[in-house]
Design a protein around this ligand. Structure first.
Ligand code: HPA
Length: 273
């Protein structure tokens, strides 16, 4: 059993020797959404590369550090920079962030990501509160020998995107100038953006947005009984929707535009969780 309780405990014990306040809320920030991290009060930063048994971030738009501190009146831990399958990690390795949150004492997790809008009623800059996902490619991060200390071999995922947290997110949405939807996120492995045909298929299957992250973390959260809220920022219309090419630049520009409002929203949600 490679990435089991004892493996993660080494990372957690190192962090606990530096940070003495237990974080209540864990947050994972998506591409271009790192600005929220700048607003964390009394921050203590730990670089991923300094954490034993942890992974390192290889994507330029991801910072690669854990930040402990306060936001929305709560103790939080924030991952500025996350890990994706397309970076070359095995699915099994992608359990590590959420398992680390669990051993640090995190009670609820918020995941954010940049995504392409498949639903043509959505616009760039809108936020989608994820209510379910489709993952038809790749293995499960929970593949391999099960560690019962985290959760059961076979586990339910019907409330993986926890209804109670989604309701809080919808309430907070009323106070935000941003536009919100509830929808289905479809995972693609990347790093290439999807083909227009894949996007048409995704739409027929019921997807509202597509992206290359989040589902591995969501499945790990469901396995260890961690309540989860996941928020997608529509940084572009998905492939083939508009007569133009997709680019990482476009993703960064759209994310930067909503960064302040999104940060305020996330802080509001944290305060009400
Ligand atoms: N597809 C996949 N991942 C993404 C996209 C997209 O269109 N936009 C931002 N992340």
């Amino acid at each position: 059993m490679k990435y089991d309780y004892d493996y993660v405990k080494l990372s957690a014990d190192y962090i606990k020797s530096i940070v003495h306040e237990e974080p209540e809320i864990g947050i994972i920030l998506g591409s271009g959404l790192g600005k929220f991290a700048e607003s964390i009060e009394n921050p203590i930063e730990i670089k991923y590369e300094d954490i034993p048994n942890f992974l390192v971030s290889t994507v330029a738009s991801h910072a690669g550090k854990l930040i402990f501190g306060r936001a929305g009146g709560k103790n939080i831990v924030c991952m500025a920079g996350r890990f994706h399958y397309y970076e070359g990690y095995e699915f099994e390795q992608l359990v590590l962030p959420i398992r680390l949150f669990k051993l640090l004492g995190v009670k609820k997790t918020i995941i954010t990501n940049a995504a392409g809008a498949v639903n043509t009623d959505y616009n760039v800059g809108d936020i989608m509160i994820i209510k379910d996902h489709l993952k038809l490619t790749g293995a499960s991060p929970l593949r391999g020998e099960n560690d019962d200390r985290f959760g059961q071999r076979f586990f339910d995922v019907t409330d993986m995107y926890t209804k109670e947290l989604r309701n809080i997110a919808l309430e907070c949405a009323k106070e935000s100038p941003l536009t919100f939807h509830e929808g289905v996120y479809m995972f693609f492995t990347g790093p290439q953006f999807e083909t227009p045909a894949e996007i048409r298929a995704a739409r027929i299957l019921g997807a509202d947005a597509v992206g290359m992250s989040t589902v591995t973390e969501a499945l790990t959260a469901a396995h260890c009984g961690m309540p989860l809220l996941a928020l997608s920022v529509m940084t572009n219309m998905a492939a083939g929707v508009l007569p133009q090419k997709l680019s990482d630049e476009e993703v960064g520009i759209a994310a930067a535009k909503i960064a302040d409002n999104f940060g305020n929203y996330v802080r509001d949600v944290i305060s009400k969780l």
